[in-house]
Design a protein around this ligand. Structure first.
Ligand SMILES: C[S@@+](CC[C@H](N)C(=O)[O-])C[C@H]1O[C@@H](n2cnc3c(N)ncnc32)[C@H](O)[C@@H]1O
Length: 225
């Protein structure tokens, strides 16, 4: 697992990008980011849990999608993020849901402001890489994912890894440079943040390594979809 003493200033990046964050995601991924979030939200909402925490909730897209799929209001919804500007957007977005309010918490995933065994399920969409790549707090964060879940609780992670075939991987990396660094940089005006996205995605772990990391945290079973 790679670590660095001088990690990228993630909190600054995620404080600056929210105004155009959703738009860039949709265009850059051709809408696939939402498709995958919806698929995961469906799994979470239909699993019979009564509590869910969205870790690194950002503008609240995942927790919003879970709320949409819980019309009987059976799931107590929460979100955590260390960017205050992201949380503002998330509160705005989820405020339009016909659901009891989502409870948002400012905080770092390496030290979550929750008791042990609080949630029946937790999920993370496109923030796992931020927390696991060149991040000095990786081990603490993995420990927290497990600590805040009740025994038997489920953790859902939606993230990119590395395509297995060389040519596909090469094209994917090239696309990330063009779509993230160039397009994301121009639209957001924050080239550093979007260069970080391309760089961290292109150098992120393989599925095998990710599985090993999660299993090592104490989760008994890891499934891929
Ligand atoms: C790439 S965005 C993903 C946002 C959202 N989950 C989505 O589906 O679009 C990553 C989010 O994780 C948050 N984040 C990254 N590292 C974090 C940490 N250590 N603690 C809390 N939030 C973190 C960022 O502030 C940002 O909002």
């Amino acid at each position: 697992m790679k670590k660095t003493a001088t990690p990228p200033p993630l909190q600054n990046y995620f404080t600056d990008v929210p105004p155009k964050y959703d738009l860039i995601n949709r265009v850059m991924t051709w809408g696939f980011d939402q498709r995958y979030r919806k698929r995961m939200a469906k799994m979470i909402a239909s699993s019979g849990v009564t509590s869910f925490l969205d870790i690194g909730t950002g503008t609240g897209d995942l927790v919003y999608q879970v709320g949409l799929r819980d019309p009987e209001d059976k799931i107590a919804l929460s979100g955590l993020d260390f960017s205050a500007t992201m949380l503002e957007k998330a509160a705005e977005k989820t405020g339009t849901l016909d659901h009891s309010p989502v409870s948002f918490h400012p905080g770092d995933a390496s030290q979550m402001p929750f008791e042990d065994n609080t949630f029946e399920s937790a999920g993370i969409a496109y923030a796992f890489r931020n927390m696991m790549f060149m991040n000095a707090k990786t081990d603490e964060i993995l420990h927290e994912y497990h600590r805040i879940l009740k025994p038997g609780g489920k953790f859902y992670a939606l993230e990119t890894s590395q395509p297995v075939f060389f040519l596909v991987r090469w094209l994917f990396h090239l696309y990330m440079h063009l779509a993230a660094t160039v397009f994301g940089g121009i639209v957001s005006g924050n080239f550093k943040a979007y260069h970080y996205l391309a760089w961290s995605t292109n150098n992120f772990h393989s599925r095998k390594t990710i599985t090993k990391m999660i299993k090592g945290t104490g989760f008994s079973e890891v499934k891929h979809y």
